[in-house]
Design a binder for this molecule. Structure first.
Ligand code: G1P
Length: 276
């Protein structure tokens, strides 16, 4: 059973400036719920109740969000407005939250390595909160991946097909199909030149990793953009052991971009709010 989930949240969110000047990008709301809360809900639904944030300067609002807001809650007690806080209070009861700081911006692989002490020697989930994944009426993406991990006991990455002009924004896999939705990874490239991409299957921000990834990240040199890339460590893991890529069920919104963020907002408003 996978119980821990890492949320790397130290990044700046420059695409949303000035909104993210003093506010973490993970706290941007999709209608009335911060992006990061959707991700934590997905992790908890998958049984991952130990939430480990890899945080940084200027991210205090995330800690405050998953804590009691004493003055606010005292103020609105008995007013009927408490109902709006029920979801987050339930989530806080279901999970525990730990924080560690990434004090240098050296890439996603580095952020994961920073979580090593919190995670220990067990498999763990990773959520990039920018990627909002919804699968109404079915299991969330992490829950789908946890089931696969129980079967295969190896690292799993979530993938989706993307058009060639967008593939250069992602980690891209190559591999051998095992079934309609499962591929055994043989190679992985971070943000390839689209003409050289090994496939049209892009990794999105959901991973289930076995703990040997930490040693592999340690041995990984700086790669694309001078950063320690998780993709490079996963390539090594795929070549030495086993990594599976899973074409998840559900819909993913790229909330790290303004158009994706707007699409998610409109979708969530229409689906969850418009008719009460
Ligand atoms: C990161 C990863 C990339 C992955 C992407 C998914 O890139 O490095 O492999 O495809 O997340 O959203 P970023 O978008 O942080 O540049």
């Amino acid at each position: 059973m996978v119980t821990k989930c890492v949320f790397p949240v130290a990044g700046y969110g420059t695409r949303f400036l000035p909104a993210t000047k003093a506010m973490p990008k993970e706290m941007l709301p999709i209608v009335n719920k911060p992006l990061v809360q959707y991700g934590v809900e997905e992790a908890v639904e998958a049984g991952m109740r130990d939430i480990c944030f890899v945080t940084g300067r200027g991210k205090r609002a995330i800690e405050d969000h998953f804590d009691v807001s004493f003055e606010l809650e005292t103020q609105i007690a008995g007013s009927g407005k408490e109902a709006a806080l029920e979801g987050i209070r339930t989530l806080m009861e279901q999970a525990s939250f730990s924080y560690t700081r990434q004090n240098e911006m050296k890439g996603l692989g580095h952020a994961i390595l920073v979580s090593r002490r919190l995670v220990g020697d067990e498999p763990f989930g990773v959520v990039l909160a920018d990627d909002l994944c919804l699968n109404p009426g079915g299991d969330g993406v992490l829950a789908q991946m946890a089931r696969l991990h129980a079967q295969f006991r190896c690292s799993i990455v979530a993938v989706m097909e993307v058009p060639q002009e967008e593939i250069g924004a992602y980690g891209v896999i190559a591999g051998e199909a095992i079934s309609d939705d499962l591929i055994r990874v043989t190679d992985m490239v971070e943000k390839p030149d689209p003409a050289e991409a090994p496939s049209n299957l892009a990794v999105i921000g959901r991973y289930l990793l076995t703990p040997d990834i930490f040693g592999l990240i340690e041995a990984t040199e700086a790669g694309k953009n001078g950063e320690i890339q998780l993709t490079d460590a996963l390539r090594a893991q795929a070549q030495q052991g086993c990594v599976m890529a899973y074409k998840f069920k559900g819909r993913r919104f790229d909330c790290g971009s303004v158009p994706g963020f707007m699409e998610a907002t409109n979708h969530c408003y229409d689906t969850f709010f418009k008719n009460g």
